[in-house]
Design a protein around this ligand. Structure first.
Ligand SMILES: C=CC1=C(C)c2cc3[nH]c(cc4nc(cc5[nH]c(cc1n2)c(C)c5CCC(=O)O)C(CCC(=O)O)=C4C)c(C)c3C=C
Ligand SMILES: [Fe+2]
Length: 435
C-alpha cells in the first residue's frame, strides 16, 4: 500500500529552562509575548527585560529544587513518541476507539486480578498483540504500586524513582515499535513535532523540520486542555503566521483549540482520581479525618483582566470540572460508593504585583480552609497534562508543606495525565477526527 497523505501533528507546549543559565531567557521570552504583556514596542521589550530580571532569582530557586531544569521537554517528548507510534499503528483500524476502550477495560480488570490473565483477556491480547504490548508498558508505568505508595509520606507523594526506570523501558519498546512501523505498509503517514512557545524546540525549529517532511496536512494540537489566549492562542498564532510565511504550496491547516470536553480526557482523570479514592477509603486515612476528602482542582491562574476581555479559560475550566465530577460520581456509584464528593476549583501560580487581581479562589487559601474543617485533600493539577515546576515544586513541595504545617489529615497529589492510555487515545481521536 502506498502513502495516501503525509500528516504533520504539532504538539504545542509552554517550554521550560533546561538549565539554571536559561531561566532568564525563558522568562524574558514569556513576558515579551504580546499575549502575556499586551504593550507596544519598545515599551514591551523594556518592561519584559525588567520583569524577567526581577523574577529570575525567585524562578531559579524553584528550578533548583528539581535538578536545575524543567522536565517539560522530556515529558512532552514521551507524549509525542507515544502519539506518533500509535497513530501510525492504528491508522487502518476502523474501530480503534471502541477497541481501545474495550482493551483498557480488560486491562483494568486484569490489573485488579493481579495481572492474572483470564482466557478472554489472553485472546484479546493475542488478537491485538502489537499495541496491547505497548499498553501493558503504559500500565507498568501508571499502575499505582500499592506497596511502594504505602511507604510514601501522605503529605508528600514524591516522584517514584521506579517510574523513571519504567519509562526508559517503555521508551525503548516504543522506539523498537517505531522501527517496525517503518517496515510496514500504511495508508496515511503521521509525524509528530513539538513546538515550545518560550524555549527550544521553537516554532521556527519546527518549520524547518516541516519543510523537510513536506506534509499534505498540518494539525496544530496545543497540550493545554482548556483554551486561553495566553497559552494555546499564543502558540497557534505564532505557528499559523510562520506556516503562512514559509509554505508556498497550498496546505491544509487544522487547529484543535481545546480538548477538556473529550470523553477520553475525562475518563483519564476519572481513572486516576478513582484509584486515589479507593486507596483513601481503604486506608485508615479517612478514619483519622472526620470528613470526606476534598478534591481540589488546582488550575494555573490568569489575571482577571484577561477573563474580563473575553478569554474563555475560566468558563472552560468550570465545565471541565463538572464533566469530571459527573463521571466520577457515576463510577463511584457503580463501585457501591453513593456519597456525594466534596470538590472545589481553585487557582495557583500567581505571579507579579500583588495589586493585580487574578482568578480566585487561591489554592493556598483553600488548603488552609480545609485544615480548619479537618478535611484531607486530593489535589488535581487540572490545567497541565505533564509534570513541570508548577506540579513538582508548587504542588508537591510548597503546598504540601502548607498542608503539613496546618495539620491536614492527608494531602495526595494526583499525577498529570502524561502518557496514561486514555489520554493518548484522546489525542489520537482528536487528530483522526479533525478533518
Ligand atoms: C503573567 C504571567 C503568566 C500568565 C498569564 C501565565 C499563564 C499560564 N501559564 C501556564 C502554564 C505554565 N506556566 C509555567 C511557568 C510560568 N508561568 C509564568 C507566568 C504566567 N503564566 C511564569 C513567570 C512562569 C515561570 C515559573 C515561575 O517563575 O513561576 C509553566 C511551567 C514551565 C516549566 O516549569 O517547564 C507552565 C506549564 C498556563 C496553563 C497558563 C494559563 C492558562
Ligand atoms: Fe504560567
Amino acid at each position: 500500500m502506498s502513502i495516501n497523505k503525509k500528516i504533520a501533528v504539532i504538539l504545542c507546549n509552554l517550554g521550560g529552562p533546561s538549565s539554571l543559565k536559561e531561566v532568564n531567557k525563558f522568562l524574558f521570552n514569556l513576558f515579551y509575548d504580546p499575549a502575556i504583556l499586551n504593550l507596544r514596542n519598545p515599551l514591551r521589550w523594556i518592561i519584559a527585560k525588567i520583569i524577567s530580571k526581577l523574577r529570575t532569582k525567585k524562578a531559579k530557586l524553584i528550578y533548583q529544587k528539581i535538578n536545575g531544569k524543567s522536565p517539560i521537554l522530556e515529558e512532552t517528548s514521551a507524549q509525542a513518541i507515544s502519539l506518533e507510534v500509535m497513530l501510525n499503528r492504528v491508522d487502518n483500524e476502523k474501530t480503534f476507539e471502541t477497541h481501545d476502550d474495550e482493551l483498557n477495560d480488560k486491562l483494568d480488570e486484569n490489573n485488579k486480578n493481579n495481572n492474572k490473565l483470564d482466557e478472554n483477556n489472553k485472546k484479546i491480547k493475542l488478537e491485538k498483540k502489537l499495541y496491547s504490548e505497548i499498553y501493558n508498558d503504559y500500565f507498568k508505568i501508571y499502575n499505582i504500586n500499592q506497596e511502594k505508595k504505602k511507604k510514601l509520606s501522605p503529605f508528600l507523594q514524591k516522584q517514584d524513582p521506579q517510574i523513571d526506570k519504567d519509562k526508559n523501558v517503555f521508551l525503548n519498546r516504543i522506539n523498537k515499535q517505531k522501527e517496525n512501523n517503518k517496515k510496514e505498509d500504511y495508508k496515511n503517514h503521521y509525524k509528530v513535532f513539538i513546538a515550545m512557545r518560550y524555549t527550544k524546540p521553537s516554532a521556527k525549529d519546527v518549520i524547518y523540520n516541516l519543510l523537510e517532511y513536506n506534509p499534505d496536512e498540518i494539525i496544530i494540537l496545543p497540550l493545554y486542555p482548556q483554551f486561553s489566549n495566553s497559552t494555546s492562542g499564543s502558540s497557534i498564532k505564532e505557528l499559523i503566521s510562520l506556516i503562512n510565511k514559509n509554505f508556498h504550496k497550498k496546505i491544509s491547516v487544522k487547529t484543535i483549540e481545546c480538548h477538556f470536553w473529550h470523553h477520553l480526557f475525562i475518563k483519564s482523570h476519572v481513572k486516576i482520581l478513582y484509584s486515589i479514592l479507593i486507596e483513601v477509603v481503604n486506608s485508615d486515612k479517612l478514619c483519622k479525618s472526620k470528613s470526606l476528602p476534598l478534591i481540589l482542582f488546582s488550575a494555573h491562574g490568569l489575571p482577571q483582566k484577561m477573563i474580563d476581555s473575553g478569554d474563555p479559560y475560566e468558563n472552560q475550566m468550570k465545565m471541565c470540572i463538572e464533566l469530571i465530577m459527573k463521571e466520577l460520581h457515576k463510577k463511584c456509584r457503580e463501585g457501591g460508593y453513593n456519597k456525594n464528593l466534596n470538590y472545589k476549583l481553585c487557582y495557583q501560580s500567581k505571579v507579579g504585583a500583588s495589586f493585580v487581581k487574578w482568578l480566585g479562589p487561591n489554592t493556598e487559601d483553600e488548603i488552609v480552609q480545609a485544615s480548619k474543617e479537618k478535611q484531607g485533600i486530593i489535589i488535581v493539577p487540572i490545567s497541565f497534562v505533564s509534570e513541570h515546576s508548577e506540579t513538582l515544586v508548587e504542588l508537591d513541595i510548597d503546598y504540601a508543606q502548607i498542608a503539613e504545617d496546618n495539620q491536614i489529615p492527608y494531602y495526595i497529589r494526583a499525577k498529570t495525565l502524561s502518557i496514561e492510555p486514555n489520554y493518548i487515545n484522546c489525542l489520537i481521536d482528536l487528530v483522526k477526527n479533525s478533518f
